[in-house]
Design a protein around this ligand. Sequence first.
Ligand SMILES: [Cu+2]
Length: 354
Amino acid sequence: MRENRYLIGAVAFAVAAAVPLWGPSLGGDASTGTTDVHGAAAAEAHGAAGMASPATTGNASGADLDWQAMDRAMAERAKAFPAKTAGEGAQVLKPTILEDGTKQFTLTAGLVDWEVEPGKVVKAMAYNGMVPGPTLRVDVGDKVEVVLKNELPQSTVIHWHGIPVTNEMDGVADITQPPVPPGGSFTYKINADRQSVGWYHSHHNGSEQVGAGLWGAFVIGDLPLPGGAKADHEAIMQLQDSGAIGLTLNGKSFPATKPLEMKLGESMLIHYINAGSTPHPMHLHGVDQLVVAKDGFPLAQPYKADTVLVAPGERYSVLVVGTKRGSWGFHCHIFPHSEGSDGMFGMFTELRIS
Ligand SMILES: [Cu+2]
């Protein structure tokens, strides 16, 4: 009971602490929260005939733009996709194999400048210089060590979400271990004894550190698919909405998001991981999503959807078959997260079937 009280206290504190931090950033990048409100208010005040669309990325709200200017701005952004930026997140990290066969990974947490979209560079916290952090992939039965080195100016820890660990390896500051101070390190030992689609993230000053970039994917083994099917492609789509990184897919905002690509008739297994602070309904145009797993646990009865709601912390795995050629929109269906008066932004990409 005593531990429970601490936990409840910690959660209440985290929520209270998070509200002022997340308030302005939940709507998107720095310009979002304010222009959004201004746009709606301006439209009301002027009785504007046009829609007060949330101006999330540009300088003007919908009410301030004539329709040609709006169309031009939208076309320009769409044409820039997929835009080049410095840095690529979620790269698969190769382990060092220790003498006893243990797979050892090193994650170094530090400050980096991260380009989320062309010209927009934010002060991020990152593992090994990338956002999201490196993707860890191991086999069922592996013994795993992850060495956390802290080069941040504040303490940190790593929590393993959906990954089997003993209590002392759970990585929650002051609950299961002391925080790892600047300059310190800690080695996590994990027996990867079951298949999982998991992830890892900071559990110290989480409302700042996770949104600043301290998270990544951790996959154990292969997710079994209905009927023993094998997917031709596998992709991980990591969602973020808050903090320094803001509205992104795999650490990048449209037009710097990466299109997913497959050929007609091929299949792709896509794992959503929501590392953010709000749910995102992920909508794929043109082809169905077959939901095959929740939090890495295969579903007894997979089901079809065109929009899959992924809450913070959750993972959903969906199987997609390329039945129709084309560039299909693929985005969060909360439009203030993906499309405004100057076009697509944030959580928008394409599934390209050729
Ligand atoms: Cu969203």
